[in-house]
Design a protein around this ligand. Sequence first.
Ligand code: ZN
Length: 273
Amino acid sequence: MAAEGGGPRCRLEFAVQMTCQNCVEAIQSSLRGTPGLEVLDVRLDSQSVLVETSLSTEEVHGLLEGTGRKAVLKGMGGAVPHPPGSAAVAMVSGPGVIQGVVRFLQLSQEKCLIDGTIDGLQPGPHGIHVHEFGDITGSCDSCGDHFNPDGECHGGPQDVHRHAGDLGNILATTSGRASFRMEDNRLKVSDIIGRSLVVDSGADDLGRGNHPLSKVTGNSGQRVACGIIARSAGLFENPKKICACDGVTLWEEREQPLAGPGRRAASQPTPHL
Ligand code: ZN
């Protein structure tokens, strides 16, 4: 569940406040030598930093802000150009302060990368699943069942027999934040656009429990947060630009937006969704 140095690589573009060439060099030297991360481009004119990495977006974001500069993730893409419709994003929210952003990227036929940060959760494990409907009109209860095109029983992400939407658990720390980067060989981005992502109150038993719901839902409790999975522009959909920004920023970035090119006004509708 946590980022692993040997995991698949993707590209991330961040908007980072830089005022002079010294900033460019400071960022390059502070990131250089980080395992699992390669700096591809740092541009002062467009205030952008492009990296290729097996680290989570949260980790790279932390490294960039560790240089004392505000950074906002603008987009995520594969290491090679991928066809349109290979990237998706879900803005997840629930009662109270639960909110998060989860990005999906189809790295190859078999490999879907899922990267996200969700805040406001109770500390501990939470089941996370793609559900069949992109309908949150009745809160998370109208999202339907776990996405299950093959008529399987509920299982864990590593199981042969599982719902396609079964992504296992994410772990919230004592601060209530769950940051995760996982790869899945069953889920396809093209299959899940227009569906929903739901986070549950408790741990998913991966179909291995004694409870009657174990083989149905993993007995992971109430649905506490959900969001519709929307198509987003991956990094390479517009080859003339490095980044086709997916237009989704983290909540804390919305409250304290960048000055300059990375800035998005609070009143602007979210583009590209
Ligand atoms: Zn399931």
